[in-house]
Design a binder for this molecule. Structure first.
Ligand code: PLP
Length: 281
């Protein structure tokens, strides 16, 4: 396996992560996951802009310019000879003796590598099942930080109940999924939580909103309640790995007729077309 370390591509065996790296000890860092189709990173500019924003919000200096990083991501995909996969990138504040304040001596470290991934087209056709659970995460979910325990615990709970996703709520307001954004469809209108500090501003969420608008579907970025989720005509989730995926059951209750809905299917088709358009050579 090849690994990008700052702007050098190395063999995994030659990469050393320091014991006192702040990513390892404090979760003091950020990440991105970018899908690759046809050997081309999909919506790479949007991912890079979000990486820059996450870094800025945490006062973290990226060790490589975005221009150089994009070149290196492309080189990594080519050298690994991959067509469909994803790229994981993370940046930590670097290594320093373990004290909470920002160290003056540490240098941020970027690492990146290719992960296996396949768009789960079977789930797209069937839909997934979800549970709801309390959103116990911090109040800066807009930063794509390495601190993922709130999401990990929620996803584990879902899996233990035979479900694929956990839909999070604060009091009774639905925020997002443990690793996805959540939409409901009611009377032909899409609803999703506004892009504020309580959710990750998903790149797929944004693409779905733009596609819906192109299809003349009304979109409201308005908070909705858990009860609205149960009573929705359709529910779907969006994310880099899962793309646009219908949710047919929430907390063992069927959504609509318990089958993927027409608005969701129309958006999925538009999303597949977008992938082809954006990643054609
Ligand atoms: N929300 C959370 C909490 C996530 O972790 C993710 C992706 O990892 C998403 C939403 C989806 O974001 P994107 O579409 O940019 O992958």
């Amino acid at each position: 396996m090849l690994v990008l370390v700052n702007d050098q591509i190395k063999s995994r065996e030659d990469v050393r992560i320091d014991l006192e790296d702040r990513g390892y000890q404090f979760g003091d860092g950020i990440y991105e996951v970018i899908s690759v189709y046809n050997g081309q990173p999909f919506l790479m500019d949007q991912h890079m802009q979000r990486l820059e924003r996450s870094a800025r919000e945490l006062m973290l200096d990226l060790p490589v310019s975005i221009g150089r990083l994009k070149e290196k991501v492309q080189a990594l995909i080519e050298q690994e000879g991959r067509s469909t996969c994803s790229v994981y990138l993370q940046v930590t504040r670097g290594a320093a003796p373990r004290r909470h304040p920002f160290p003056t001596s540490a240098t941020p470290v970027l690492t990146g590598y290719i992960m296996d991934s396949n768009p789960p087209r079977d789930l797209h056709a069937e839909g997934i099942r979800a549970i709801t659970t309390d959103d116990i995460r911090w109040l800066r979910c807009d930063i794509k930080s390495l601190n993922l325990l709130g999401s990990v615990l929620a996803k584990q709970k879902a899996v233990e109940q035979g479900c694929q996703e956990a839909i999070l709520h604060r009091s009774d307001t639905v925020t997002e999924g443990s690793s996805t954004n959540v939409f409901i469809v009611k009377n032909g209108t899409l609803y999703t939580h506004p892009a504020n500090h309580l959710i990750l501003h998903g790149i797929t969420r944004h693409a779905a909103i733009q596609l819906a608008e192109k299809l003349n579907t009304n979109v409201k970025e308005t908070p909705f309640k858990r009860e609205d989720l149960y009573e929705a005509d359709e529910v779907f989730v969006t994310g880099t790995s899962i793309e646009i995926c219908p949710v047919t059951h929430v907390d063992n209750r069927a959504i609509g007729n318990g089958q993927p809905g027409d608005v969701t299917k129309q958006l999925q088709r538009a999303f597949y077309d977008l992938i082809v358009e954006e990643t054609a050579m």
